[in-house]
Design a protein around this ligand. Structure first.
Ligand SMILES: [Fe+2]
Length: 379
């Protein structure tokens, strides 16, 4: 049975590739029957894979496959005794040129200081009790993966107050790379107002700013509510002027909490009206006028998703604390963007979120081409 790019096989369980690059991929399996798997690539020698964790009747398997060729197709056989299934692994093309900027995206952490691991239940849609542990670990992981910086597109603090600010500053100081945040809706669910939030992080009055690095300009749009970027507002004026100032000199990426397009995962009956900025069309008109705007990266709905409109790629990013429990690592090349989803290593945590979500979990996984791709922009 195919479930998007996951495969459920009798006597084995669920098998999939969590990450696929041009030279490596991470195979994962969740099984209630197997405690040892054999994984064979293109009829080579079988690799014996043993569980990385066992919990609540599940065995969790993770195995990185290295030394793959770019743009290649491999047949991967997974065997548990006489039971077997086959997955097709298609690696990405390798982007040409040197990587100019590598960054992680960590949206919607929902940091809460009273989060306590001991309170983690068997079914938790959002893994609030382990958010501090996961944030600390994956900030470090991104640093170890060679990220130049980390972007947090909103709902980082739930809510923004003295305690969460202190906690976040302590987490940021644990890594040597810069972490840049913008304000989403959950920051304001406590005592702090917008101005308090911006002041706490040394941001300008409207919460918007630009980070430039190696010819890539990253525009951070604090978007605490859906009406905050209406034409005529200070934020809208700021964006207009900023795009003019950056014209021609940079490839531009825009980060926002609410998205500008309605992604397939929230269309139709799944649209709760809380996904897009109210004035998305006006903002898109500004961005599409500027030929070097390459991408818009949003949080809020954390399903890996990718759309394209008038030469701009629009992405939604996964979050650590809800299935698929991961983060995006994005690399900017001279003419392309490479995007990969990495899931948390703690598969036994991830399974709690999957169990709580039930059938909805399939919808949240994202397709292969939403999760792993190399996208070339028009020059
Ligand atoms: Fe949000």
């Amino acid at each position: 049975m195919e479930r998007r790019n996951r495969k459920l096989a009798s006597g084995i369980g669920e098998c999939y590739f969590a990450t696929i690059r041009w030279d490596c991929a991470e195979f994962r399996a969740v099984s209630e029957t197997a405690d040892r798997l054999e994984v064979t690539i293109d009829s080579g020698d079988p690799l014996v894979v043993t569980p990385v964790a066992r919990e609540r009747g599940y065995c969790f398997f993770r195995q990185w496959l290295f030394g793959l060729d770019p743009n290649a197709s491999y047949e991967v056989e997974v065997r548990n005794g006489v039971q077997r299934t086959t997955l097709i692994l298609e690696t990405l093309p390798m982007p040409s040129g040197e990587c100019r900027l590598r960054f992680g995206v960590l949206p919607d952490l929902h940091l809460q200081p009273r989060a306590d691991r001991r309170a983690l239940g068997d079914r938790e849609k959002r893994l609030y009790p382990v958010v501090k542990e996961l944030t600390a670990k994956y900030l470090k992981r991104l640093e170890a993966q060679g990220a130049d910086m980390i972007f947090l597109p909103g709902d980082t603090l739930d809510p923004c107050d003295d305690e969460t600010i202190k906690l976040l500053k302590r987490l940021f100081s644990s890594v040597s790379i810069p972490c840049h945040l913008l304000v989403g809706n959950h920051e304001l669910y406590g005592r702090y107002n917008e101005r308090d939030c911006y002041r706490a992080f040394g941001l300008p009055e409207h919460g918007c700013y630009t980070v430039t690095n190696n010819g890539v300009a990253c525009i951070m749009l604090s978007t605490p509510d859906q009406a905050c970027l209406c034409p005529g507002s200070p934020r809208y004026h700021w964006l207009t002027r900023e795009l003019e100032a950056l014209a021609g000199a940079h490839d531009i990426l825009v980060f926002t909490h609410f998205s500008l397009l309605l992604h397939p995962c929230v269309q139709g009956w799944k649209n709760d009206g809380m996904q897009q900025l109210d004035d998305a069309e006006a903002v898109l008109a500004l961005l599409e006028r500027q030929s070097t705007v390459r991408g818009v990266i949003a949080g809020h709905k954390n399903v890996p998703s990718r759309m394209e409109r008038n030469g701009i790629i629009h992405l939604l990013s996964p979050q650590l604390i809800q299935s698929p429990c991961g983060y995006s690592l994005i690399e900017i090349y001279p003419k392309a963007m490479a995007h990969n989803v990495y899931e948390i290593e703690e598969m036994h945590y991830l399974q709690r979120s999957r169990d709580a979500l039930g059938a909805e979990d399939d919808e949240r996984f994202g397709t292969g081409s939403d999760r792993h791709f190399v996208w070339e922009w028009r020059m």
